[in-house]
Write a protein that binds this ligand. Sequence first.
Ligand SMILES: [Fe+2]
Length: 257
Amino acid sequence: MSDRVKTITMDIVEAVRDVMRKHDVTFAEYRAGVGHLIKTQEAKEIPLLLDVFLNSTVVEIENRQRDGSKAAIQGPYFREGAPRVNDSLAIRPEDEDQPRMVMRGRVTDLGGSPVADAVIDVWHSTPEGRYSGVHGNIPIEYYRGKITTDENGRYECRSILPVPYQIPNQGPTGELLEKHMGGHSWRPAHIHYWVHAEGMRDLISQAYFEGDKYIEDDSCNGGGTEFMVPEAYEDGVRVMEVDFRLDPAAVRAEAAE
Ligand SMILES: [Fe+2]
C-alpha cells in the first residue's frame, strides 16, 4: 500500500465532495456527469480531458524546483525519431510560399556558461494546424528536427511559421469546452522545444508569438509567458530568439529523493 496514493486520492474525493455540497449538486446532475465521463472513456478521450485541465498544473508544480528556464506543457504531438537537422527543418513543397521564421538563441547553465552539444528537439504545426507523424499521413521529417548547439551554446534553424490550431473538438471534450462551458478549443501558435544536454535537467517548453490570437485565452492553459517572443523580422523572416537556462541534473535527483 502507498500512503501517498491513499492520501492524495482521499484529498481528491474530499475536494470533489466539497464542490458538490457548495453547488447543491442533484442526483440527476451527478448522473449526467457520470454519463459524460462514460462518453469520454468510450471516445478514448480521458487523456485529452485530463491534459486540458490538469497538465499545466503538474508543470507549475515542477517549475517550483527550477531556477533556470521554466517548463511548459509537452502536448500530445511529440514523436520520437525526428531527423537531425542543421540550418533548416524540412519544408513541404506545397508550403514553399508560406511565411518564414528563424529559431535561434543560446543554451546556458545557471551561471550563464554556454552548453555546447545540447540537442533541442523542435516541433510545430503545419499551416493547416496539423502535425507530421500524427495527422493525415504527413511524413515525420516535416516541421520536426533535432538541432545541436555549437561551442558557444548557440543554435539557429529556419522553418515556416506555425499557426493557431484547435485541439480535437469533435468528441465529448470539445462538447464540454464549447457547448457546455461556452469556451473554445483553440491554442495560440507556438513552437515546442525539448532541450537535452549531458549533466543538465531536461527542459520541455514552448515559445509564443507576441500579439498572436488566443495568447490570453489558451484552451490548454499552455504554460506561461516566459517565451513570449516580440514581433521582429530580418529580411521579412520572423525572428524567434529563445534562450534556455538549464538547471543541473543533480537538482532533479535531490528533488526526487
Ligand atoms: Fe502544439
